[in-house]
Design a binder for this molecule. Sequence first.
Ligand code: NI
Ligand code: NI
Length: 139
Amino acid sequence: MAGIVRIGVSLGKALLSAFDGLCRKRGYTNRSEAIRDLIRNELVRTEWTEDNRTTVGALCIVYEHDRREISKRLTHVQHEHRSLVISTLHVHLDEHNCLEVLILRGKAKNLRAFSDGLISTKGVKHGDLVMATTGAALE
Ligand code: NI
Ligand code: NI
């Protein structure tokens, strides 16, 4: 990290003690790293509110592969949006259930719409989009 600047932050005792408790629970060895992570999280959240920003995310879905051609449908949708899908990981969880993790890159609004489409597909039991970042705007 080039050009580190030290800043002073004023906090109430109760808030600071709660924050220190949180830091311990999460395994931070110093407050500075915890504060940096909090700031970065907010910046990533903001990145996702700006629809036209290019960002990355990971979509996790669980479905029963032998239910009404769902595998076919999910693969078809992914091919249609192949410019958004960087990589996929498929795990056969048991006889019926599959887990798929899709790494996505594109405009925030497109990633959200694509993910919503897959998650709401009939037969998808669970789905969640983890909003990440290209990191370009973060130090
Ligand atoms: Ni394919
Ligand atoms: Ni499978």
